[in-house]
Design a protein. Sequence first.
Length: 335
Amino acid sequence: MSGFNNQKTIMIVGAILVIIVAGGLYWNYSRPDEKEHLIVSTTTSLYETGVLDALKIRFESNYPEYNVSFISQGTGLAIETAKNGDADMILVHSPSQERGFMETGYGVNRKTFAYNFFIIVGPESDPAGIAGMDPLDALMTIAEKGVTGEAIWVSRGDNSGTHSKEKSLWAATGLDLESLKAEKIEDSNDPWYIEAGAGMTATLNLANEKNAYTLTDVATYLKNYANGNIELKKVVDSGQATLNVYSAIVCNPDENPRGMFEGSMLFLGFLVSDEVQTMLVDYGQAEFGSTLFKPWIPELDNPDSDIVQWVEDFAYIDGSECPQMYRHQAGDLYQ
């Protein structure tokens, strides 16, 4: 009888072991795969237009082992986030700030992937009478009209790429921006130059509320205008002086603790791939009546074109989108 009980016990234990092993195997093969989390610190003008959501879907479909998250900020804050080790790469549009990011050792493998233009928008009545002017004449006129109460200017004032472009335009007029900020409307204590300290959509909303002028990237403007958020009209069109160039920079793996260099390089290569560059050709056309971002890579087929010369003059660093000293395990990225 004892032998029977021992045999029964062995069978029960064996069955339990089989269940445990089978359960373990089932869990191992059925559990969700761990995904690598890629964090991209980026400018608001890319995020608010929705193009990053479209890129996320495509990238994660191509590389299901990755999950991509975006932190939307002005360029200055986007760069600081990456410097602090809280992002793996940046997508921004301020060449001078991008250069500083690489010069201080935090960024490598800069690659230009798209461009569009800034425009000046304002009330349909155009109280300053700047419609059709070039950007510098328009700004000087706004400054003249500002002190008489005939114009208000709203700046992003947030150290973003758009703010950087605005400051460079004011500098080109020869006017002292700090003095302009201190000016008041006639005998009042109200400034005609207002700093929003906010992203592009919030700045457009404030300009709309104040019946004011502002500088905006064309993509964010078109999205907000088409959605009925603002009534502002384009009064100063795009051109060489208002060129807006978007570049991606990967965080230097020697400085960044997150260890996502390989994933960042995959995303960088994805941005300049035929798939994404082709997508950008029509992105926004159906919804807003105009493409929001122009792909950069196809432009290189016509190296003598005006736009190529403009981008190289404005956005290249020492004659290159990424000088050799800032390249790290770049493979065939620059061939």
